[in-house]
Design a protein around this ligand. Structure first.
Ligand code: 1CP
Length: 344
């Protein structure tokens, strides 16, 4: 497909020739070229260098033949100019110097001015678009809940106990923090679209830690506001989280064009929970990619059969590509998915 991309068409639920495929975290340590760069630069040095980000974003398209590129950056990047002192630690993740625990901590944050604060990110988006031509570039940002969870916990967490307690015990601080992060997320994504992103994904990776009732009360209203504003940009919007099986109907109410599904929920089950007015993206268990090809073929074929004929389906993983993934599995998987026809 030259001018219209099968990925964009599938997001809108329109006819396309083949099942489209891309992978969350398709740029990363499983690639030898990425590991070589990481020997010379820290993750944050890479993330602020537009030449490196452009190169790293384009390689998966050129090496694997996926149907979209995703900007190489991180959900934490906009928080730096907002006044958050953080680092990204190897084999661990983000670490925040002064976690947010009360109203006074919130007062230290200031609003993102995307183009003034992060010109390198938008230059990267422009450079990727120029290099890839008709292959669409996906912009992304973290969702307010997931960003808040890092800011409150101070780093990765298994229980999210500080986050939940702040949400329950200091609702006005919670609301203030989520509103501020929502505004920054919308501004950051709007600027990415202005510079050429043809779709945007909001990563709410850890929102599955919440009960349905807590999601409904403490997160859904904010996300409705976010997607209401993002949808006005005219590009497909994708909303992804892990362990969200029971939250999917409410996440659909937030209003994205596409919902991401992790591997725990069968795609057919996700479809029956959310109806046909939203596209679905997912959901191969990323661990299969570290093993031998037959498990990748079995699991992906199951998904492709479940979604066969569905006009609004994008093949992806249930979460990001792990560092242990075998590059050859990813390459074969793209070819395998592309053998399956899209809906006429
Ligand atoms: O050491 C390294 O080389 C850094 C590893 C790494 C990479 C490759 C981090 C640190 N971030 C990234 C890039 C990244 N992060 C992308 C690149 C685009 C792509 O190819 O997909 C994207 C989309 C992200 C987004 C991101 N960062 C998310 C949402 C997606 C997800 O995986 O859930 C989250 C939760 C983060 C935080 C983060 N940054 C880095 C790590 C290891 C983590 C996760 C830590 C944790 O488990 O809490």
């Amino acid at each position: 497909m030259a001018s219209t991309s099968r990925f964009i068409e599938a997001c809108w639920g329109r006819p396309h020739d083949r099942v489209p495929v891309w992978f969350m975290r398709q740029a990363g340590r499983y690639q030898e070229g990425y590991r070589n760069l990481r020997e010379r630069y820290s993750f944050l040095e890479m993330a602020h260098n537009p030449e490196i980000c452009t190169e790293v974003s384009c390689r998966p398209v050129e090496e694997l033949g996926v149907d979209a590129a995703i900007l190489f950056s991180d959900i934490m990047i906009p928080l730096g100019p907002m006044g958050v002192d953080f680092d990204i630690r190897e084999h661990y993740g983000p670490v925040i110097a002064h976690p947010i625990r009360e109203a006074g901590d919130l007062a230290r944050l200031h609003m993102l001015q995307p183009e003034d604060d992060l010109p390198e990110v938008f230059l990267t988006v422009e450079q990727i678009c120029r290099r890839l031509g008709s292959v669409p570039v996906i912009g992304f940002a973290g969702a307010p809940f997931t960003l808040a969870s890092y800011l409150i916990e101070g780093g990765p967490s298994r229980t999210y106990q500080n986050t939940k307690r702040l949400m329950w015990e200091q609702p006005s601080v919670w609301q203030g923090l989520l509103d501020m992060l929502a505004e920054a997320t919308v501004r950051h994504l709007t600027a990415q679209v202005r510079h050429g992103a043809q779709a945007i994904q909001v990563f709410d990776s850890w929102v599955g830690a919440l009960s349905v009732e807590d999601y409904r009360q403490f997160v859904l209203p904010v996300m409705k506001g976010v997607f209401n504003r993002l949808n006005a940009l005219g590009v497909p919007t994708i909303y992804f989280g892990t362990a969200t099986g029971s939250l999917l109907p409410l996440m659909r109410q937030a209003g994205p064009t596409v919902l991401g599904v992790d591997w725990r929920t069968p795609m057919s089950e996700a479809r029956s929970r959310v109806g046909t007015q939203v596209a679905l993206q997912g959901n191969l268990d990323p661990v299969t990619l570290a093993g031998s090809w037959p498990a990748v073929e079995d699991h992906s074929t199951h998904i492709l059969r479940e979604m066969s004929g569905d006009p609004a389906f994008v093949f992806n993983l249930g979460h990001g590509v792990p560092p242990e993934a075998k590059p050859d599995n990813l390459k074969r998987l793209v070819e395998w998915v592309h053998q399956f026809p899209g809906p006429a």
